[in-house]
Design a protein around this ligand. Structure first.
Ligand code: IVH
Length: 745
């Protein structure tokens, strides 16, 4: 057999030729085996050919042959990677850039735990490796699974590839029965340079940086390619464990090391922010000598019992932070400004740049935020870049930090072309021509076209089927654009009626260029699978402004079903309009009072505006805004979307196509699950923040105000008006000791 070219280095022509060759070889092997009963190649060789064929098809679905060996007897073709649900979510880290943010991180932790500034509090400090995180699971000491982080909840199953990484032991001696070790896959500078040299020599793909090389190497459908790549692994955390690894972070690292993992030798313990910052400076100074890319230093509370008390915000732990190195920068020229219309109609300006390398990556565009930013003003009206505006033709400084979209930092006015003119930001949507307006106090200009605007429609469709939302496999941005252009999918529900409308007619998906019977069938089965959705995902998928994943979960947990959600928003809608009027009245009263030199009568202005609102609507509004995590801004956006005739029609049509499930109730067994609790007065044994986080972890809802919906009030000394209101409403009240006893703390 001739030497085979890396699949990822094939171009389309070479791929087509290779698929033809493989079809020939496999066809001959099949005939030899089945018809002639005289196998010419070993089973292993046969399987390897078949895997290679499937991997090429996965990269070039359009080139799949009508007589593809994948569709013939034998094992199912590799279908990308399987999915793995992480038992313990894989989180990311909050960031700090300035030293003051590290001081604030320590202070925040002390406040949360109720520790004084002098109380001892140790942290580990270790390099933040610039690679990709991986979770490896051991059962009975045996490696059983490797998974990427994915979206933190669901990752990709890369077990076969992980087994080829030398730093990841196959067997552990003396490990807990179940142990998930987490850490970073990366590539050293030396290995990266050698790999790229080999790739260049073979006319293959050259990677932009070690991180991309590591990611590309781990995510290979053929584990043999992964084996040939010099991947390394540092362990720094863990997921599920059947027994604790240690009492401290540093102890757990020592245990992981004793079990056979590599842990970072730069990890040290430090007391207090000054020592952490000193450690950061030290590592930063030696950054280039480490031999691998790092992008900061991670600090973690050492005591695991304190980590457990601190817990998590939505996606990041309270007990850790990444102190990032400053971003890398470069100067280049601003070639043009494009305007992108997003899912909520926001007009986002994007800088087109003369390509330039920033920290090892070629950058050719950068975000420009909004029109004020281009004009040299921050959102509060203060000058940025000394008030200098940005003009096409300017020399600009671009920077990037980690994975984020590059940004512009500065402009060199001395290099401005004499004929450069100020940029005129469009006041009409570049896509549909509808007026683009700015609401008072907002820095963003928005297209008012709503679902009339093709750009908004497409952006919403893309969001709808994206990973964190309905997650329809095989329906990416390109496919959405294509189907929209053809007029096949215009509204969300159209995705779910696509097969019925086009499945077997003349205009089938399978007939489109780049598609075939198999890929079309796969798409339709992915769409079918996407009909069943938890309520939280559906809410997030709607693409309503301010309704992110966390709010989706909060609303789902509260309402437990679509109908209850819709009814609550409908009931609150009449009050929403009034809320706007009231807030405007408040602003007017403030201005008036300032002019007349008197105190503003805010509550009176607000009360007057609310006077005409029916009691039921007002109560519904209070309920909606009383849900923990749901503020007036989101409530307004919900009411707007659900009461716009056009939007509501689209939403209802979508919901009718779906099978929506209620979220599992968290911690059903806890005595406070599902209860609405209000904390008031001074708590002495834990801070308010900790009490709230604990209650939520047990499935309770924590509200800031007492109403008829409140189930329990935990009142410390000085409970004041909330205590009185609870008494008047006859709501159960307990003190802090009672609370601790109730939750078994
Ligand atoms: S700890 C719950 N430690 O940084 C905390 N992460 O920006 C989990 N990373 O997703 C992460 N080096 O991929 C931790 N020493 C280190 C790290 C590290 C690199 C990555 C990791 C994480 C990302 C967050």
């Amino acid at each position: 057999m001739t030497a085979e070219q890396d699949i990822e280095t094939l171009d389309a022509a070479a791929a087509e030729a290779e698929l033809a060759r493989l079809a020939g070889l496999l066809g001959a092997a099949n005939r030899a085996y089945h018809a002639e009963d005289a196998p010419e190649i070993s089973d292993a060789e046969y399987d390897a050919l078949k895997r290679r064929n499937a991997a090429i098809e996965a990269r070039f679905p359009a080139l799949k042959r009508p007589d593809s060996p994948s569709d013939q007897v034998g094992a199912a073709p590799a279908e990308g990677f399987g999915k793995v649900a992480h038992e313990v979510r894989m989180l990311s880290l909050g960031n700090a850039f300035a030293a003051e943010e590290v001081v604030e991180f320590d202070a925040r932790i002390r406040r949360y735990l109720g520790l004084g500034p002098e109380a001892p509090l140790a942290y580990t400090a270790e390099p933040k490796i610039d690679g990709l995180s991986l979770s490896v699971r051991y059962e009975g000491g045996q490696l059983v699974r490797g998974a990427t982080r994915g979206d933190g909840e669901i990752g990709e199953d890369v077990t076969g590839n992980v087994r080829t990484v030398a730093d990841i032991p196959d067997r552990l001696e003396g490990a807990p029965e179940v142990l998930e070790v987490r850490g970073e896959i990366y590539m050293s500078h030396a290995d990266f340079a050698a790999l790229n040299a080999r790739q260049a020599e073979a006319g293959g793909k050259v990677f932009a940086n070690p991180r991309n090389a590591a990611a590309g190497s781990l995510r290979q459908l053929d584990a043999e390619i992964t084996r040939s790549r010099p991947l390394r692994f540092f362990a720094y955390a863990w997921g599920t464990t059947s027994e604790p690894l240690a009492d401290t972070q540093s102890g757990a690292l020592a245990r992981l090391k004793a079990l056979g993992f590599r842990t970072n030798p730069e990890t040290t313990l430090a007391e207090g922010p000054a020592a952490l910052i000193a450690r950061y400076d030290d590592i930063a100074a030696r950054r280039a000598e480490l031999g691998y890319d790092i992008d900061g230093v991670v600090y973690k509370v050492d005591d695991l019992a304190l980590q457990a008390r601190l817990g998590f915000r939505s996606t990041t732990p309270r007990w850790a932070i990444a102190h990032k190195f400053p971003a890398e920068t470069a100067w280049t020229r601003l070639l043009g400004i494009d305007i992108n219309v997003g899912r909520t109609g926001a007009l986002s300006p994007i800088a087109r740049l003369e390509p330039v390398t920033v920290g090892g990556v070629v950058v050719s565009n950068a975000t420009l935020h909004n029109e004020d930013y281009i004009a040299g003003r921050a959102s509060d009206g203060m000058p940025i870049r000394g008030g200098a505006d940005l003009r096409i033709g300017d020399r600009v400084e671009v920077y990037r930090a980690g994975d984020v979209i590059p940004k512009l930092r500065d402009v060199d006015l001395s290099a401005r072309p004499p004929d450069a003119t100020p940029f005129a930001f469009p006041e009409a949507c570049p896509d549909c021509g509808s007026p683009a307006t700015r609401e008072p106090g907002e820095s963003v200009r928005r297209c008012t076209g709503g679902l009339i605007c093709p750009a908004q429609r497409v952006a919403r469709l893309k969001h709808l089927v994206s990973r964190g939302a309905l997650d329809v496999d095989g329906l990416g941005d390109k496919e959405v654009e294509r189907f929209h252009e053809l007029g096949w999918v215009r509204a969300p529900a159209d995705i779910f009626t696509l097969q019925a409308r086009h499945g077997s007619g003349l205009q089938t998906v399978a007939n489109l260029e780049g598609w075939g019977e198999t890929s079309a069938a796969n798409l339709f089965s992915a769409i079918e699978a996407a009909r069943s959705q938890p309520l939280a995902k559906v809410l997030f998928a709607l693409g309503i402004r301010h309704l992110g994943e966390v709010a989706g979960r909060d609303l789902a947990r509260h309402f437990q079903g679509w109908d209850a959600f819709a009814a609550a928003v409908d009931a609150a809608a009449p009050a929403a309009a009034r809320h706007r009027v009231a807030e405007e009245a408040v602003l007017a009263e403030r201005a008036q009072a300032a002019e007349e030199g008197r105190r503003a009568r805010i509550s009176e202005a607000r009360a007057a505006a609310w006077a005409e609102v029916p009691e039921a609507a007002r109560a519904a509004w209070d309920d909606l805004t009383g849900i923990d995590g749901i503020g007036a801004t989101l409530a307004l956006a919900l009411c707007d979307a659900m009461s716009s005739e056009q939007e509501r029609r689209a939403i209802d049509a979508l919901v009718a196509e779906l099978d929506i499930s209620a979220p599992e109730k968290v911690a059903e067994a806890s005595p406070v699950a599902g209860k609405t609790i209000v904390f008031t007065g001074t708590l002495e044994r834990m801070t308010r923040a900790e009490a709230k986080a604990r209650a939520e972890a047990l499935g309770a809802k924590v509200s800031g105000s007492v109403s008829a919906k409140t189930d329990l009030v935990v009142a410390g000394p000085g409970a004041g008006s909330k205590g009185a209101k609870a008494e008047a409403l006859g709501i159960e009240m307990i003190d802090e000791d009672g609370w601790l006893a109730l939750i078994g703390a």
